[in-house]
Design a protein around this ligand. Structure first.
Ligand SMILES: [Zn+2]
Length: 117
């Protein structure tokens, strides 16, 4: 019984060591395009903000879809017409305003690494 517990403890310890080790190593190789987040904590913080940016853009796109006239297929002239609040108009990391094209109704983030969001 104790032998099993010790074996399980070793496996868990190895798993944690591997996860931490590969995370630290992978982070050095996989540098962020904006050069932010040098530490393990900093990187996970910025990863969370990446997600916030992605979700912002998702909300903005959804609102754009609702605001688009289905018969005329015209898009709002500006993002301000969506009345989403200023937090949804810019990237949470670099605070760059989102780029909006009223002709196509597309919105994107100009922050390095966020171009494909
Ligand atoms: Zn962004």
């Amino acid at each position: 019984m104790i032998g099993v517990l010790v074996a399980v403890a070793i496996v868990i310890a190895l798993g944690i060591a591997f996860a931490v080790g590969s995370g630290a190593f992978g982070g050095k190789v996989d540098k962020r395009p904006d050069g932010k987040g040098e530490t393990l904590v900093g990187r996970s913080m910025y990863r969370a903000k990446d997600e916030a940016c992605r979700s912002n853009l998702g909300q903005v796109r959804q609102s754009l879809q609702i605001a688009t006239d289905p018969t005329e297929d015209t898009h709002p002239a500006s993002l301000q017409e969506l009345h989403l609040g200023d937090d949804f108009m810019r990237c949470p990391i670099g605070k760059e305003p989102y780029e909006y094209d009223p002709a196509t109704g597309t919105v994107k983030c100009v922050h390095p690494g966020h171009e494909k969001y």
